[in-house]
Design a protein. Structure first.
Ligand SMILES: [Zn+2]
Length: 199
């Protein structure tokens, strides 16, 4: 695991550019638990949409036009729940009216958990297993919500958009931009425009 943390694999991933620009702190990876989390996430990120979705298609994507249940961990905090609900609300009316935390019979689930990962990324979609991970170093409610909304974008098949192309929720390292009309349009290209969710 130490080899992964300090070897060429991480350098090649250039994590700050891909999933979040938060600076790495010297020695931050020396903690054994962090090393283990880093190894697991690092391996996962080799195959995650947050690294480079141009390499291969994102796996385990879900249509925004059917119910999709976001499942927080059992130990979720009130603040984290608020951000999850904010993220869901950010997408409602912007192309994804069926995201929910409420159980819906037969609907797919997307587990979401919070991990501390030394600020190396804000959030990732582990698309090969269909799970979201959000970094606990994000403590601002709005920034955490934007990050969750961004990762939900990956869940719905959206790829990264370069800032030089346009301002988008799907800009890498984005902590401020909510879903834009162009993001709604990108969803509609993939899935067709969704009718409003049933009341
Ligand atoms: Zn991303």
């Amino acid at each position: 695991m130490a080899a992964l943390a300090s070897g060429p694999g991480l350098r090649r991933l250039d994590l700050r550019r891909t999933c979040g620009p938060a600076p790495l702190r010297p020695g931050a990876f020396l903690n054994p638990l962090r090393l283990r989390i880093l190894a697991v996430l690092g391996l996962a990120m080799l195959a995650t949409a947050c690294v480079d979705s141009t390499v291969r298609p994102i796996e385990n994507t879900h249509t925004p036009c059917q119910p999709l249940v976001i499942v927080p961990p059992a130990n979720v905090t009130v603040a984290e729940l608020l951000s999850i609900d904010d993220a869901i609300e950010l997408w409602h009316g912007r192309g994804a009216p069926n995201l929910t935390r409420e159980e819906v019979p037969g609907a797919p689930h997307v587990p979401l958990r919070f991990e501390t990962a030394a600020g190396m990324f804000y959030g990732i979609y582990l698309d090969h297993i269909g799970e979201l991970v959000i970094n606990t170093t994000l403590t601002d409610r709005r920034e955490r919500a934007i990050t969750i909304a961004h990762e939900l974008g990956h869940v719905m098949g959206l790829v990264h958009i370069a800032r030089t192309t346009r301002t988008s929720l799907m800009n890498t390292g984005n902590l401020v931009t909510p879903p834009q009309p162009s993001d709604t349009a990108a969803l509609a290209v993939q899935w067709g425009a969704c009718p409003p969710a049933a009341p």
